[in-house]
Design a binder for this molecule. Structure first.
Ligand code: ADP
Ligand code: MG
Length: 461
């Protein structure tokens, strides 16, 4: 008997789970993979029991390939995957058998209960008052103000697009604040959600058989602010687009306001549903462009004021001259400077600014950053050979360098998730999302990572 066939079905499946967690997005994993049961493994074929016909069809359609690949990786040979629906009252899966295969670093994500509405709270700083208006954003700002005054009437939908870090999220949340604080609209339901969270919520609602409630919830919103719509097409394909389209249409047809932010204009969105595209183009489409130097100075001044810091004109102009095309990075430089000055109890002078952020390269707005640039740079900064980063190796420092590179690729370039995944060692889009989220999480919890990313990004901006 060969070595592989000595694995039981449970052993095979339990060893494949952590790898699957790396390759399948969290919502799908929690909804359909976590409670799947390995029924039988013959050495050539694995029978997998899943909780519903829907789960079976969903996995077949979107994830059969990746599940098959992960199982084959553990079994060290091709395995035919057969998925079937478990009877409704099937016995609970037997406790997992001890796994004797090499451990994999990534923990399996915990299942999260799907809440009634997975809307995110608004950032209190993202108000119209804190938004500096200038030529680069005047039109989008005016449209946003009109929408806030007359939701559902003036411009519907409002579609705002720009490159990263130019104020889309700030502006659409400002609309949310204005409506939520309008005494005449105290009954309005304002919901801000990223397209990615919307799709994740949809998937978990399907799993929990609460899709009707999900639909009722989203289709009774008065002002729907959807961020980063570009991911709608990239996450799970037509089903999520379809659901989004119906929510959008219901709200639109009942004169409720829809505001959308995107990293590209509607015509460049990778959508399968042409009706959705034409609906998105039906209202006002406004872009945000890179601010000129005076605007950057004004933004810095406002941010510094909000932080309770006074900066001389000289310092403001120096910082503004260093970072041209991304306001988030501009803000990062300011915060770094303030943090340094307060830690060391020194005054912020031009000289200090030169020392602290002098190595931020001045950007050239027409410069296109390539994935190769990012790979080379991360390899040298994190001391990890480029060929390891694009390899299948999974040791901690290589995996981390890869995640950082993927994060930067998604933040700094216009490449699709699929293209980024392909470049960094033929990984699929859910791995790219997973890597991105890992780094994002680390940024939120670990100040060292925050500065690392801040500095890496600044070099490119
Ligand atoms: P995007 O969603 O386009 O990536 P964000 O809305 O997250 O960008 O903006 C990045 C940062 O820049 C935020 O902290 C935001 O407050 C700030 N910002 C962008 N535009 C402006 C502006 N016109 N005035 C003040 N701050 C701005
Ligand atoms: Mg944003």
């Amino acid at each position: 008997m060969s070595q592989e066939t000595s694995l039981t079905s449970d052993q095979l499946w339990n060893a494949a789970l952590p790898i699957l967690a790396e390759h399948i997005n969290e919502a799908t994993y929690d909804a359909f993979i976590a409670d799947a049961v390995a029924l039988e493994y013959t050495g050539q074929r694995l029978r997998l029991g899943v909780s519903s016909d829907f789960a079976r069809d969903w996995l077949q359609r979107h994830h059969a390939q990746v599940i098959g690949d992960c199982i084959a990786q553990v079994a060290q040979q091709p395995v035919q995957l057969v998925m079937e629906t478990l009877p409704a009252n099937a016995a609970p899966p037997s406790p997992p058998a001890p796994v004797t295969l090499p451990p994999v670093e990534t923990p399996v994500p915990r299942a999260q209960p799907s809440s009634e509405m997975q809307a995110a709270p608004l950032n209190p700083k993202y108000t119209f008052e804190n938004f500096v208006v200038a030529d680069c954003n005047r039109f989008a700002h005016a449209a946003a103000l009109q929408v806030a005054k007359n939701p559902g009437k003036a411009y519907n939908p409002l579609f705002i697009h720009s490159a990263s870090g130019l104020g889309k999220t700030h502006l659409i949340q400002a609309i949310g604040h204005a409506i939520a604080n309008d005494p005449e609209r105290s009954h309005y339901r304002v919901v801000y959600i990223s397209a990615e969270a919307f799709v994740n919520h949809m998937i978990s609602s399907m799993r929990d058989n609460t899709i009707d409630q999900f639909r009722r919830n989203y289709r009774s919103v008065d002002c729907w602010l959807v961020d980063d719509i570009q991911f709608i097409a990239q996450i799970e394909g037509p089903a999520s687009e379809e659901e989004f389209f119906h929510t959008f249409s219901t709200l639109y047809e009942t004169n409720r306001q829809v505001v959308i932010a995107s990293d590209c204009p509607p015509r460049h969105l990778q959508l399968m549903n042409e009706r959705l595209r034409s609906r998105l183009e039906m209202g006002i489409v406004a872009d945000l462009r890179s601010p000129d130097i005076e605007t950057r100075v004004a933004i810095l001044e406002k941010k510094a004021l909000n932080e309770g810091v006074h900066l001389s004109r000289d310092v403001l102009e120096y910082v503004a001259s260093k970072i041209e095309s991304n306001i988030r990075v501009l803000e990062g430089a300011l915060l770094k400077l303030c943090a340094y000055a307060s830690l060391n109890q020194v005054e912020i002078t031009r000289q200090l600014a030169e020392e602290i952020i002098g190595d931020y390269s001045t950007s050239h707005t027409d410069r296109r950053i390539s994935l190769q640039d990012i790979l080379d740079y991360v390899a040298s900064e994190l001391n990890c050979p480029a060929e390891d980063i694009v390899s299948k190796k999974r040791t901690q420092n290589i995996a981390w360098a890869r995640q950082v590179a993927i994060y930067l690729a998604r933040e700094l370039t216009d490449n699709s998730l699929a293209r980024i995944g392909q470049f960094f060692g033929n990984r699929d889009h859910s791995t790219v999302l997973h890597s991105y989220n890992k780094v994002q999480e680390a940024i939120e919890h670990d100040e060292q990572v925050l500065w690392l990313i801040n500095d890496l990004k600044a070099t490119f901006e």
